[in-house]
Design a protein around this ligand. Structure first.
Ligand code: ADP
Length: 185
């Protein structure tokens, strides 16, 4: 599995799955959540409302992930995950790792081959960018090792062949590039 980091807008990514740093209400918010809803169009909010009513009346828990259609985005699906909020005392690295791991699991179940992640929890939720980069890269690497991503049947790749971190600022890109050029522990 290729793991890369790029500077860009996640709403423009031509990948199967775009991960949204949602909040537990699933009803939209600011930051990357607002950008994804704006670009996907009103169908996304309707789908999120439906999910909320049918499956998550108490909200999507931190570290969990759930998929919707991607509507007007180039992607096929949006996977919504809720990062831990540092300002609310949610400071467990395992909770943030859970966002990346759960999103990958949902993506595989959908039959996706490529996935783009934002820097979950590094915005309004206040986590240190370097810490997010460290946890994000380690999580995706661990997951890739733990799953047999190189398996092929009839020459067709199974599972996720591309995980792309899409960063919104040069410092964020630099933090992720540092992690990606560091040899895995
Ligand atoms: P959280 O509430 O999980 O912290 P935010 O949306 O506030 O989520 O921020 C997460 C990260 O997403 C931040 O680093 C922010 O700069 C970045 N971001 C905001 N808009 C976009 C976008 N369109 N594409 C990619 N990243 C974005």
């Amino acid at each position: 599995m290729r793991i890369e980091a790029v500077l860009g807008d996640i709403t423009k990514q031509d990948v199967d799955v775009v991960v949204n740093a949602a909040n537990s209400s699933l009803l939209g918010g600011g930051g990357v959540d607002g950008a994804i809803h704006a670009a996907a169009g009103p169908g996304l909010l309707a789908a999120c409302r439906e999910l909320r009513a049918s499956r998550y009346p108490d909200g999507l828990p931190v570290g969990h992930a759930v998929a919707t259609d991607a509507f007007e985005l180039p992607a096929r699906w949006v996977v919504h995950t809720v990062g831990p909020n540092w300002h609310a005392g949610e400071r467990d690295p395992a909770a943030l790792a859970g966002c990346f791991l759960a999103s990958l699991e949902v993506a595989v179940d959908l039959g996706a081959h490529s996935i783009a992640f934002p820097a979950v929890s590094a915005g309004v939720y206040g986590w240190d960018l370097d810490e997010v980069a460290r946890i994000a890269v380690a999580s995706v690497r661990t997951w890739a090792v733990g799953t047999d991503q190189d398996r092929t049947t009839d020459g067709r790749p199974q599972g996720i062949s591309l995980a792309r971190f899409v960063l919104f600022s040069p410092p964020a890109l630099a933090a992720f590039e540092r992690e990606l050029t560091t040899r895995p522990a």
